[in-house]
Design a binder for this molecule. Sequence first.
Ligand code: NI
Length: 268
Amino acid sequence: MDNTGDTHPSNHVDITEDQTSFFRENGFLSIPRITTDAEVDWLKNIYNQLFDQRTGENEGRYFDLAGPRAHAGPEVLPQVLGPEATFPELRETTYFRNAHQLAARLLDAEAEVVTGGGHMILKPARYGGETPWHQDEAYWNPEVIPHSLSVWLPLDPAAVEGGCMQVIPASHKTDVRWHRHIDDDPLVHGLITDDVDPSQAVACPIPAGGATFHHCRTLHYAGPNLTDTPRRAYILVFGAPPKRRNKPAHRPWQTEEREALANARLST
Ligand code: NI
């Protein structure tokens, strides 16, 4: 039995030269479809299992992005890291294949050197919190300059009121901004930057099964989920080999988090 929703080669998605130039100029791109409805349904099943079972919680692969580690009470932004470790067939999907191939094209790199993996962020109906303004690179290794982008696939229709992606066009051409932890609590993994002008934001509403690409330096945000349905997103990050920096970038929020986690472990 075919264990993915659909793996037919005709589900290959392509983009135009104009779309590629738009991405390079603006640091983001939305497309209405990256996989089939059948595969979206298949993915929802896996997604629900991972969140219902809090898969990977003991290894730190399941946590609330917007709350302190291991807090009690409802989670506002639960996240599963590396779902492909639990379900390797996620790498064989139409979504993964199209995302990989389109990422290579947008990054102007050979697909062979572009690698990636995923995470899933759930915005529960009515109380799913916002994902504050940030750049993904702020989370990453300060010793390198990455050549990466994220592919954001909603499994539910993503409009502004449900928490679709919002971006600041061309912000990927600037450096990594100053970030801090949400609520200024280094035990909260989620980061926020105040160095942003939200009046410049462009919202990217897309249907379920569509995708929004953003460069690792593009400032982006997703609002709270104000609707009655969950907003399930499966994000894949793809990159070509990074360049080494002469000197590591100064990102003290990363050190603060490591120290806070070490202290929290010592005191329990
Ligand atoms: Ni992000």
